[in-house]
Design a protein around this ligand. Structure first.
Ligand code: HEM
Length: 417
C-alpha cells in the first residue's frame, strides 16, 4: 500500500475549501484521478474517499468511529457537544433508538398535518404583502410546526427570533468570521432556552405528552442508567428542532426547480405520490447541502491500495458523489425521471448520510425531511399561486450551506381556489 505520509500534501487547504466551497473536494477528486486522495485541513492530514464503495466502507462501524471526528468549531455552532452525532457503539445505539422511536408513521403524519396547517394559515398574510421571501417564511412555518410537534412551548412573540437562531446554527456550518460567530451566539442562546424547558419538564412544571421528543429526551436514561446532563438533553432537543430548519433550504431548491421547469410544476400539481417523491429525491441529489461527512479510523486497515492509519480523519465526499457521471448519468441535468443510480446499492444517494438508521449515523430525520418536502411541494404547486420577480436564483456553490441571495422572493401570492 502507498504510505500515506509520502503522498500527503504539505500545504493546508482550509483556505481553499472556504473559497471554493462545494467545488473543492470534487475538484481534488478529479485532479487526483483516484477515489482515495489526501489533503491537509485545519492543520491535520485527512483522507478523502469518494463513491458508493467508499460510502459503504465509511459506514462500517468496525472501521470507523465518530469520537473526536467533529471539529470544535462545529460543536460550537451546528452540532453542540455530547450529542448523538459523536457517539459510538452501545451508547450510540441507545441514544439513536430514542430518536428513531419518535419517527413512527403516525407521528410523521402529525408533523405533516401541523406544517400544512401553519402554511395555509400564513397564506393570507403573504397575499397582503408585495414581496415574500420564501426561505424566511418557510423557516417560520417549520419552526412553529416542529416546536408544537416536539412539545417545546413557543410563545408568539418569540417565533421569529427562535427561527432566526435555529437557522443561524445551520447557516454557520461552513463559515468563518461573522457567520460563524452568529451561529455560536445562537447556539448559546438556544441551549440556555432549551435547558430551562428541560428543567420544567423534569420538575413537572411543564406537562408534555410522553410521545413527544421533549418528554422522551428529558426522561431518557443513558446506557449507564443516568439521565442526560441538562446541557446534553438540550443539545438533543435541538437535534430535532435545528435540522428541521435545514428543510427550508430544500424548500427554496424545490421552488427554484419548479420555477425553472414550469411544465413539470403543472404535472406535479396533478401528480401522484410517486411523481412528487421522484421530484423530491432529485432535489436532494442535484442541489448542494451536505458537502462531506467525517469519521476517524478505528484501527488501521488497507483499502484499494491505500493505508488508513488508526485515528486518521476520513472525509466521505457527498456533493461530489451526487455529481459523478459514472453513478448518475448527465449529473448536471435536473431530471426527476432519471431512475435509480447505476448499480443502486443504497450508498449512492446520501444527502443525509448512508447505511442503517438504527445501527449507523444515517440522519434520524430523513423520513421527516422527505415527508415535509413532499408536503411543501404539494402546497407550492396546488394550494397557492405566486409570481417570481426577476432575481438571481443560482445557489452560490462557494457558500456552505448555499442559498440564493434573495432567499427566493415571490409576489402576488394567492391561495388557490
Ligand atoms: C444526522 C442531514 C433533517 C436529525 C444527519 C447527518 C446528515 C444529516 C448529513 C449525518 C449523517 C452521518 O453522520 O453519517 C440532514 C439534512 C436534513 C436533515 C440535509 C434536512 C434538509 C433532519 C431532521 C431531523 C434530523 C428533520 C430530526 C427531526 C438528525 C439526527 C442525526 C442526523 C438526530 C444524528 C444521527 C446519528 O448520529 O446517528 N442529518 N438532516 N435531521 N440528523 Fe439530519
Amino acid at each position: 500500500p502507498l504510505t500515506a505520509r509520502s503522498t500527503v500534501p504539505w500545504r493546508d487547504a482550509t483556505a481553499m475549501l472556504l473559497m471554493q466551497g462545494y467545488r473543492f473536494v470534487p475538484r481534488r477528486w478529479r485532479r487526483s484521478g483516484s477515489d482515495v486522495f489526501e489533503l491537509r485541513l485545519l492543520g491535520e492530514r485527512v483522507i478523502c474517499v469518494h463513491g458508493p464503495d467508499a460510502a459503504r466502507l465509511f459506514y462500517d462501524p468496525q472501521r470507523f468511529e465518530r469520537a473526536g471526528a467533529a471539529p470544535r468549531r462545529l460543536q460550537k455552532t451546528l452540532l453542540g457537544a455530547g450529542g448523538v452525532h459523536g457517539l459510538d457503539d452501545a451508547a450510540h445505539r441507545a441514544r439513536k433508538r430514542m430518536f428513531m422511536d419518535l419517527m413512527t408513521q403516525r407521528r410523521i403524519d402529525e408533523l405533516v398535518a401541523l406544517t400544512r396547517r401553519e402554511w395555509l394559515d400564513a397564506l393570507p398574510s403573504w397575499s397582503r404583502r408585495d414581496r415574500v421571501v420564501l426561505f424566511d417564511e418557510a423557516r417560520v412555518v417549520l419552526c412553529r410546526a416542529i416546536c408544537a410537534w416536539a412539545g417545546v412551548p413557543l410563545p408568539e412573540r418569540d417565533v421569529r427570533r427562535r427561527a432566526d437562531d435555529l437557522t443561524a446554527m445551520v447557516d454557520a456550518f461552513g463559515a468563518a468570521g461573522p457567520r460563524h460567530w452568529r451561529g455560536k451566539a445562537a447556539r448559546r442562546r438556544c441551549e440556555a432556552w432549551i435547558e430551562a424547558v428541560v428543567d420544567d419538564v423534569r420538575s413537572g412544571r411543564l406537562d408534555v405528552s410522553e410521545e413527544q421528543a421533549l418528554d422522551r429526551i428529558a426522561r431518557f436514561r443513558d446506557v449507564g442508567g443516568q439521565p442526560l446532563d441538562r446541557r446534553v438533553a438540550a443539545v438533543e432537543v435541538l437535534n430535532v428542532l435545528r435540522p428541521t430548519m435545514a428543510v427550508a433550504y430544500f424548500v427554496v431548491f424545490m421552488a427554484i426547480a419548479l420555477h425553472e421547469q414550469p411544465d413539470r410544476a403543472r404535472r406535479l400539481r396533478a401528480g401522484d405520490d410517486e411523481d412528487v417523491e421522484r421530484f423530491v429525491q432529485e432535489v436532494r441529489r442535484y442541489f448542494p447541502f451536505t458537502p462531506f461527512l467525517g469519521a476517524r479510523v478505528r484501527s488501521g486497515f488497507d483499502w484499494q491500495g491505500h493505508r488508513f492509519d488508526e485515528g486518521t480523519l476520513v472525509l466521505l465526499d457527498v456533493y461530489g458523489a451526487h455529481h459523478d457521471g459514472r453513478v448518475f448519468g448527465s449529473p448536471g441535468v435536473f431530471d426527476p425521471d432519471r431512475g435509480p443510480a447505476a448499480g443502486d446499492s443504497g450508498f449512492e444517494l446520501i444527502p443525509q448520510g448512508g447505511g442503517g438508521f438504527r445501527d449507523g449515523h444515517r440522519c434520524a430525520g430523513e423520513w421527516i425531511t422527505i415527508a415535509l418536502m413532499k408536503t411543501v411541494c404539494r402546497l407550492l404547486t396546488g394550494a397557492m399561486t405566486y409570481e417570481v420577480p426577476a432575481q438571481d436564483l443560482a445557489p452560490d456553490l462557494r457558500r456552505i450551506p448555499p442559498k440564493p441571495r434573495s432567499g427566493f422572493a415571490i409576489s402576488h401570492v394567492r391561495a388557490s381556489a
